[in-house]
Design a protein around this ligand. Sequence first.
Ligand code: MN9
Length: 295
Amino acid sequence: MNEQYHGIYAALVTPYTGDGKVNYDELQKLVCHLIDQGLDGFYVNGSTAEAFLLSSEEREKILEAVTEANAGRRKVICHVGTISTDEAIRYTRHAEKAGADAVSAISPFYYKFSTREIIRYYNDIMGSTALPMFVYNFPNFSGFSLTPEVLEELAKNTNLAGVKFTSSDLFLLEQIKTAHPEMAVWNGFDEMLASGLTAGADGGIGSTYNCMPWLARKVFDAFVAGDLTQVQDKQRQMNQVIKVICAHGVFASVKEILEMEGFHLNGVRRPFTPMDEAGRKELRQVYEQYILPNR
Ligand code: MN9
């Protein structure tokens, strides 16, 4: 397991005010809460933060709010990915100034960029900073699937720290970790945390850890302790919640559960749909059945 980068990181959600602005105070409250509940770090401005629905000013202020609240207590990885290299570099330089420990980037999307262009994008980002960088591999959303060859190419740059691996190709995850034991590989699908750890992941970065840090903590700690029965049992309970979360929109659902915990997030940005009554009811049920008993 990677010494510096391991454990359970929350891909932070973005709280809003009643009139749809980012609620930085509530975000700072969430950061402090998750530290108190035992999380190991944060992934800022990722998919879960609705990053591509945020302005660049909001993305920067969100990172500043997180590093301020965190005050060096946990690791902070800032997602700087976007479709434009110049913009990604601006976010990277800002992340360095704002005190992030590392950056991470999704591959450029929408246009069918060639592998060469994608490699160049990552090298340009890594060339603009002294911070370690994690490639964000999320083929379902980005349309680009990381290959061992591309990773070899990127690994020539010593700023490459590893991969955030949001894919169910756990054979590839295992191959990456075997080829590069020095890198940190993050499991990205929370419903596969136990499987990802078994395949060699150093930890998990996920959206559902915002609202059930306890269950993720138990899966990870049981894995480290070698208690397979407990790993499976806690993952099964987590997945009963994730099934409902996925059925009603991941980000709106995670936020709805956080409302049950006393946070005020004011839903998701359009075009994401707000939570409806049926979803609220089902989420309440799994919250009471699986999350509360594991607090
Ligand atoms: O960062 C997250 N992916 C997205 C990883 O937000 C798109 C995961 O945590 C998933 O939300 C989760 C549910 O499928 O595994």
